[in-house]
Design a binder for this molecule. Sequence first.
Ligand SMILES: NC(=O)c1ccc[n+]([C@@H]2O[C@H](COP(=O)([O-])OP(=O)(O)OC[C@H]3O[C@@H](n4cnc5c(N)ncnc54)[C@H](O)[C@@H]3O)[C@@H](O)[C@H]2O)c1
Length: 282
Amino acid sequence: MKDLAGKTAVVTGAASGIGLGVATSLAKAGVKVMLCDIEQGALDAAVARLKETNADVAGVKADVSLKAELQAAADATLERYGEVHILHNNAGVTGAGGYGAWNDASWNWTIGVNLMAVIWGVEIFGPLIERHGQGGHIVNTASIAGMISGSGNPYNVTKYGVVALSEGLRVELAPRNIGVSVLCPGFIRTNIVDSFRNLQDRYADAAHAVGAGTDLPTWLGGIRGRIDAGIDPMYVGELVREGIEGDWPYIFTDNEFEPYIDARFAGIKAGFDRIRGREPRR
Ligand SMILES: NC(=O)c1ccc[n+]([C@@H]2O[C@H](COP(=O)([O-])OP(=O)(O)OC[C@H]3O[C@@H](n4cnc5c(N)ncnc54)[C@H](O)[C@@H]3O)[C@@H](O)[C@H]2O)c1
């Protein structure tokens, strides 16, 4: 999408971190932005701050892991702006639970927020983007953990799912004039380590799952140092705007993990090499 000014975007998880960075960069580019988040106080503060810059923004509270609330957010966006061109499915949580430590709630919470919300976002907003015929763009936030998985925890599983969904939709939606990008950030300086602040009552048991091979405070504490020293989310917001304008399939934030992805590809290639030349029995 080349000309962003005057278009309308919806960004989920927009009250903090990467979502706020994206909302800010889009608003600066003249996009009308509906900020969507589960955390009312942070949402109100984010909308108020952006309004001080004369941006045309609004906020809608929704728990994106509840389809009806996401639908209500779409209804509120149409009521306010009449149409939608850009959707950024960005809300996400760390989840919890490595092997031997996960529980059903930790899986359901993580899958609900990080994956089902993205699926429903596409399902609900896709037809709205299509119907005005002006084209549009969908960005889905995965993670570098959607490209390399050092543990079988729910977070990585959901992020691989978001990458798969995005790669497939990019092919399917191109003829419908909708670009699709997947954002795979490295360590970004946000509030992600405090994801449990938004843990819904129905997933309360997730707090009893522990991190990947260690207890939850230790696991989250280990990540906290990297996050606190991470990349500025406002910089990521600018990258996402550039990615939308340039229709980038993958939006990476830095090259730190590129060698690990190379190693993964080499492992996959070695798997093919191992059976090369054999005649599969049919
Ligand atoms: N920070 C990083 O280093 C990093 C790295 C890779 C991927 N990511 C991904 O980036 C995305 C944004 O996270 P962030 O790092 O900006 O963290 P953040 O905690 O600062 O922001 C996440 C936002 O999502 C909102 N949210 C959480 N659950 C929600 C729900 N059920 N419904 C609606 N909103 C909800 C939170 O209130 C918050 O405003 C996530 O998908 C995360 O997995 C972050």
